[in-house]
Design a protein around this ligand. Structure first.
Ligand code: SDX
Length: 434
């Protein structure tokens, strides 16, 4: 970042001395007012719950232009990456800043492929869960538990440890997610197959079984890989900020990523794809497209607490570019599976059409986000609804790691420790007679 030819002056109506604050600019996007010395100079904090106007860090990984509906990973538009690259190339890009050449791509794929197995002890973690445990509860435990097996690489300040932890996490997430699924359906775990692609291997571990050979459907394989790409990173969203804050204490990468998994689970964040599919199924049960108008009235009635899941975004005030690509993937997969007339897809498109013409949504700049169509395509592939967020966590692991590594490599980083506006009781004594 560099100093802008601009300064901010903070003046106070009570006659306190005004303060000059430097302004910094990045390569693209809004400038920032550097308030790091504000408390020392004014004995006051800034106040920004939800961080609507706060940049928590500087980053070179992902850029989002919410007004244009633009998403760049290391400068490359998501549309081009989703069309011309695969997920492991995207992982390499997010971690290293450049797309891999042929040799780097082959080395990276080999490295990831050779770390896909988990320690045999991991299966005994699962046995502690009820079979009907939510996969995100299982995954939060499994990812945190990984740190118990890799004492040789938990020093986050050691670049080699960060590198091998990144490979292990990227490689093992598909194995762990499929184990959580298999445990829930009472089927045996499938070991990774090194001759399959990253997405193909995941599909086989999910849907393969010991009784017959599993054949990877190339259309589904490509769709799965694209879903991973679309979810790989997204700037300083809630779970990434959680990973950064957790990692800033110096804890090991596995624990920091487990914190990200836990945060992503929430329905306002990564849990929205599961909530969106459940919402579509509820409307379908109530009568489908004929009931959309009634449902929309509930959404617009604040007292109902009903939201149009998969719609709206803190940053995008235009169409989420990932939602467009996800809708395309939906079309491809449904056509490949002969499900063009999938009633939920029709319902989703009708909901979108009505919402985009409705003043309530237009005035609030609410558009479909990445979660609006992702559930429909995952359901068509055969992924159970309660596993959608687990797939999101699998794909986002590389983004979390890249952001964590970027923070740790920044010489200016400190442990994150926000302050507060205190509104509780002033000092008082415990009554002697109670
Ligand atoms: C993800 O941050 C990221 O980058 C996240 C993510 C990523 O890749 O990491 O993109 C992934 O989390 C996508 C978002 C998935 N969540 C959902 O689809 C849940 C439904 N969406 C909302 O909960 C909401 O839109 C948020 C949480 C996504 C954003 O909330 P904000 O930015 O805090 O906005 P807001 O709640 O203040 O909404 C502004 C207005 C409010 O109405 P008013 O107070 O102005 O009258 O819009 C309304 C909200 O009530 N609103 C909605 C709505 N989303 C916002 N009303 C109905 N349905 C919705 N979905």
């Amino acid at each position: 970042m560099k100093l802008a030819d601009n300064k901010a002056t903070l003046s106070f109506s009570n006659g306190s001395p005004s303060v000059e604050l430097p302004v910094y600019q990045g390569t693209i996007g809004p400038d920032v007012i550097d308030i790091r010395k504000l408390y020392a100079q004014t004995d006051m904090f800034t106040y920004d719950p939800g961080f609507l106007s706060t940049a928590s860090c500087q980053s070179a990984i992902t850029y989002i232009d919410g007004d244009k509906g633009e998403l760049l990973y290391r400068g490359y538009p998501i549309e081009q990456l989703a069309t011309n690259c695969n997920y492991l190339e995207t992982c390499y890009l997010l971690l290293n800043g450049e797309l891999p050449d042929a040799a780097q791509k082959a080395d990276f794929e080999k490295l990831v492929t050779n770390h896909t197995m988990v320690n045999e002890q991991m299966q005994f973690f699962l046995r502690g869960f009820r079979r009907d445990a939510h996969p995100m509860a299982v995954l939060t435990g499994l990812v945190g538990g990984l740190s118990a097996f890799y004492h040789d690489s938990t020093d986050i300040n050691n670049p080699e440890h960060r590198q091998i932890s990144a490979i292990r996490l990227i490689a093992k997430m598909p194995t762990l997610v499929s184990m959580a699924y298999k445990y829930g359906v009472g089927q045996p775990y499938q070991y990774p197959q090194n001759n399959l692609s990253y997405a193909g291997n995941f599909l086989r571990m999910m849907f393969g079984n010991p009784c017959e050979e599993y054949k990877v459907n190339p259309v589904i394989e490509r769709a799965m890989d694209r879903i991973f790409i679309l979810h790989a990173d997204h700037e300083q969203n809630a779970s990434t900020s959680t990973v950064r804050l957790c990692g800033s204490s110096g804890t090991n990468p596995f624990a920091a990523i487990a914190a990200g998994v836990a945060c992503l689970w929430g329905p306002a964040h990564g849990g929205a794809n599961e909530a969106c599919l459940n919402m579509l199924e509820d409307i379908q049960r109530m009568g489908g497209v004929a009931k959309v108008g009634e449902f929309m009235e509930k959404v617009k009635d604040k007292t109902s607490g009903v939201k149009l899941m998969g719609f709206g975004h803190r940053v995008y005030k235009n169409y989420d570019p990932r939602a467009k690509l996800m809708q395309e993937t939906c079309n491809e997969v449904l056509a490949a599976l002969g499900l063009e007339n999938d009633p939920l897809f029709k319902l989703a498109k009708e909901l979108e059409k009505i919402a985009l013409e409705d003043e309530y949504f237009v005035s609030r700049k609410l558009y479909p986000n990445v979660d609006f169509y992702s559930g429909i395509v995952q359901r068509a592939i055969g992924i159970p609804v309660n596993l959608f967020t687990g797939i999101f966590a699998l794909a986002r692991t590389v983004g979390w790691i890249a952001q964590l590594n970027e923070m740790i490599s920044d010489p200016e980083y400190k442990i994150g420790r926000p302050r507060q506006l205190y509104t509780g009781s002033v000092r008082r004594d415990v009554p002697t007679k109670r």
